[in-house]
Design a binder for this molecule. Structure first.
Ligand code: SF4
Ligand code: SF4
Ligand code: FES
Length: 345
């Protein structure tokens, strides 16, 4: 066998797409269809799905438009990870499959399913509206169209990365909190809110922030980083989430919400012991009354099952705590300097 023959065989092969199917008008529950097609190297998942729709099964429903990673409409779960079908190479996915030669394709999670691989984006758009995710211009209306509202290069840098978001909802699909609470603001909305809040032309900063610190808002994020790992545009979403939290503490104070108090108690424990004093965390976050009312039944169950966290006095500082405290103080110093810098701008 010559080298060229080897290359020829490796560059064309049978690939099976295991595709999620569900038509609410006829199906009682979702199922998978397997489509095996011969593909060349260099084909994207979207092109393969389009081929299936055009030549194998016209009933397959997908959504796509630009085919260039710009519009965000082709986001779906490919091999259990949300991504854009139009920028995902079949050959790359074949290396990650659990079953050789089989690529699994599902709709995004955390949004209502319409049909097959298409989900409803309205819940996300509604959240965008709820959190005022647009620039509410400070410029008086009579000046609109007559005067430029200039933004300096430095100001623009603060939200430059966030403007790359194409609202594909891949991060929404992978968000761990949204799996449990559909009302949660969602990473894409937090990113947009941050982008608007740091825009010097915007006049709705306080209004937006007041909404973001309420229930299901920015304090509900568990810092799992899943959204950032998933983002198809590699946007540092967590910087935006941290930015909103810092902003909330700075403008509204640590006593404003249970989320802020929780973060403060967390920092306090880590700074002192290098670990959490879990037994008192709910009391420091929500007060004695709330804790007794809401957590007493769970605490009793934990005692019965012998799963209670150690009492505060028994929580010893972590090994190497002196070194850790030094680094922690250094980090706090850097953050304080950053704040000073930002507020001086
Ligand atoms: S870090 Fe927060 S927003 Fe991002 S996926 Fe985790 S819970 Fe969701
Ligand atoms: S943040 Fe990234 S993953 Fe989330 S919607 Fe925007 S582009 Fe898509
Ligand atoms: S079709 Fe527009 S991003 Fe994929």
């Amino acid at each position: 066998m010559t080298d060229s023959t080897v290359i020829h065989i490796e560059d064309k092969r049978d690939v099976t797409f295991r595709v999620h199917r569900f038509n609410p008008q006829v199906d009682s529950k979702p199922y998978y269809d397997d489509y095996t097609i011969k593909l060349e190297k260099g084909i994207t998942v979207l092109r393969a799905l389009n081929y299936i729709k055009e030549h194998v099964d016209p009933t397959l429903t997908i959504r796509a438009f630009c085919q260039a990673g710009i519009c965000g409409s082709c986001a779906m779960r490919i091999n259990n990870m949300s991504k854009l079908a139009c920028t995902t190479q079949v050959w790359d996915e074949l290396e990650k499959t659990r079953e050789p030669g089989v690529i699994k394709v599902d709709p995004l999670r955390n949004l209502p399913l319409i049909k097959d691989l298409v989900v409803e984006m309205d819940p996300l758009v509604d959240k965008m509206k709820h959190y005022t995710n647009w620039v509410d211009s400070k410029m008086p209306e009579e000046q609109w169209g007559n005067k430029e509202f200039l933004v300096s290069e430095e100001e623009f840098q603060r939200y430059d990365k966030a403007t790359d978001c194409i609202l594909c909802a891949s991060c929404v699909s992978e968000c761990t909190i949204l799996r449990a609470h559909k009302e949660y603001v969602s990473p894409a909305v937090l990113l947009k809110s941050y982008r608007m809040n740091v825009d010097t032309r915007d006049g709705s900063h306080e209004l937006r922030l007041a909404e973001l610190v309420k229930d299901h808002g920015v304090w509900d994020c568990t810092h799992c980083y899943r959204c950032q790992e998933t983002c198809v545009k590699h946007i540092p979403i967590m910087d935006a989430i941290h930015g909103i939290r810092e902003d909330a503490i700075e403008r509204r104070g640590v006593k404003d919400t249970s989320g802020a108090r929780h973060a403060e108690a967390f920092m306090d424990d880590i700074g002192k012991k290098g670990k959490l004093v879990e037994a008192t965390l709910p009391i420091r976050t929500n007060g004695v009354g709330w804790t007794l009312k809401n957590l007493l039944p769970m605490a009793v169950k934990m005692v019965i099952k012998r799963r209670t966290p150690p009492p505060p006095l028994l929580v010893k500082a972590s090994k190497g705590i002196e070194k850790f405290r030094e680094e922690f103080r250094e980090m706090i110093g850097h953050v304080a300097k950053d704040h000073e810098k930002k507020s001086g701008e």
